[in-house]
Design a protein around this ligand. Structure first.
Ligand code: PXG
Length: 450
């Protein structure tokens, strides 16, 4: 089939995630056909530096035969067996052990799922189970943040704070959303440090309003990913820690689906910020995106209770601990460890990206250029001093994304915020290429909007 035939069949039969079907029908899809290292290629032979690691998941790029071979070998040995009814498989035991070794020291148990959304649903089930077993059934409410992304199942989307999503389904009624730590967009006249403290105090205020005896947990991404690479001010997490320590009986869930497995230059965002979560969601990069797998790491204080007290935990998925997925996870963790990928991000690539990315702040349409580890964001503005956007329809972001792709760099637009999360194997030369292509996209966008 040629490109237009493929696009026609796509239009007729394929419903895409997070897509305006009408608009896509008119434009046609981009057909991606190949990938190598940190590059992807479309059906026209157009090669692009993948500044988004697939969808925040192919942290080791696209050419790791160790991972695909591990999956293939497992599929030819034991392609499937479940972990229900007192059964287990060797890969699932090995991966649980490997995860306990790389996770924060107090996290020694894992519940496997097929995705990040399922893992956050699992968190809701574990939180409730824990408080029931603790004989605190009134602890039901989970606090989350506006503009958070925690997945697209009913549980995940309810935890998430995306207003566009909430308009299209009925959210669970025991989830409350508070201020996000988005200084550029919502900090007003406060300094970033003041705003970080303010946003964290909003958690305390909400706990007081709800009554601490009713609050079961607080969930947050270490840095909001899909919401626009919102790196909290440095004061934010220490202040959140103070608030939670003050109560002592509110569980902390850190959603590491994007930041787990090295993106900050540490194994997990929780390590980067020195937080000790009770539950830690992961997915995506655990298998380098090669096979669907997610899960939640369970901290000792919760695990001890749910394991010690009798009674069945009535929760699980057919594909919990799928053996081929677990083999993919093991191969990925082995590469991360053996090749010191995370250390290299921390010591070399992240500082270099930080320096080069910050240079983009001098561009006339950039209001802020921020980065941490191997993520970055550019705030597109019409006026730098007032932070005013071009319009309220986020036209600039879409224009910049399309021009960037045309120039050979995949950047993603969240509103008028351009974001990148390139593979962790990016070299310094490829950082230069990425920044140069991003600058060209900004130049072209400025021209197009003039
Ligand atoms: N939590 C976080 C923090 C995520 O980023 C999920 C949970 C859900 O994971 P699954 O595997 O169920 O998709 C995610 C997923 C985007 C984008 O456009 C981000 C995600 C998924 C799809 C698109 O940035 N994150």
């Amino acid at each position: 089939m040629n490109k237009s035939e493929l696009q026609q069949q796509d239009r007729e039969h394929l419903l895409h995630p997070f897509t305006d079907f009408h608009e896509l029908g008119e434009q046609g899809t981009r057909v991606i056909t190949g990938a190598e290292g940190v590059y992807i290629t479309d059906i026209d032979g157009h090669k692009m530096l993948d500044g988004m690691s697939g969808l925040w998941c192919c942290n080791l790029g696209y050419s790791r035969r160790e991972i695909s071979d591990a999956i293939y070998e497992q599929l030819n040995t034991l392609p499937f067996y479940n972990s229900f009814f007192q059964c287990t498989t060797v890969p699932s035991i090995e991966l649980a052990d490997a995860l306990a070794a790389v996770a924060p020291a107090h996290m020694n148990n894992v519940f496997f799922t097929g995705s990040g959304s399922e893992a956050n649903d699992t968190n809701l089930r574990i939180i409730r189970r824990y408080w029931d077993l603790m004989e605190r059934p009134e602890k039901r409410i989970v606090i989350s943040r506006k503009n958070a992304y925690h997945g697209s199942t009913i549980g995940g989307a309810s935890l998430g704070g995306m207003s566009g999503m909430h308009k299209q389904f009925q959210a669970l009624d025991y989830i409350e959303h508070i201020q996000q730590p988005y200084w550029f967009g919502e900090g007003g006249d406060m300094s970033p440090e003041e705003f970080g403290v303010y946003a964290a105090r909003c958690l305390d205020e909400k706990i007081q309003e709800l009554g601490p005896e009713n609050v079961a947990a607080f969930i947050a991404e270490p840095i909001q990913g899909a919401g626009g690479v919102i790196i909290p001010p440095e004061t934010y997490w220490p202040e959140v820690k103070k608030v939670l320590d003050q109560y002592g009986d509110i569980l902390l869930v850190i959603d590491e689906v994007i930041f787990g497995f090295g993106r900050t230059g540490e194994w997990f965002g929780a390590d980067y910020y020195g937080m000790q979560p009770d539950l830690m969601t992961f997915a995506k990069a655990v298998t380098n995106g090669y096979f669907p797998l997610g899960g939640t790491m369970v901290g000792d204080r919760v695990a001890e209770v749910i394991k010690a007290k009798g009674g069945e935990f009535t929760h699980g998925y057919t594909y919990s601990a799928h053996p081929a997925a677990c083999k993919a996870g093991l191969a990925t963790i082995n590469i991360l460890r053996n090749e010191k990928i995370i250390e290299n991000v921390r010591e070399n690539t992240a500082p270099y990206l930080a320096k080069r990315w910050a240079e983009l702040a001098d561009h006339p349409i950039v209001g802020e250029a921020r980065s941490l580890g191997l993520v970055g964001a550019l705030e597109l503005v019409k006026d730098k001093s007032s932070r005013a956007r071009f319009d309220d329809k986020c036209t600039a972001g879409g224009v910049c994304r399309d021009l960037s792709i045309k120039n050979g760099l995949v950047m993603r637009a969240t509103g008028d915020t351009m974001i990148i999360a390139p593979p962790l194997i990016l070299t310094k030369e490829q950082v230069d290429e990425l920044v140069e292509k991003a600058r060209r996209a900004l130049d072209d966008t400025a021209k197009a909007l003039a």
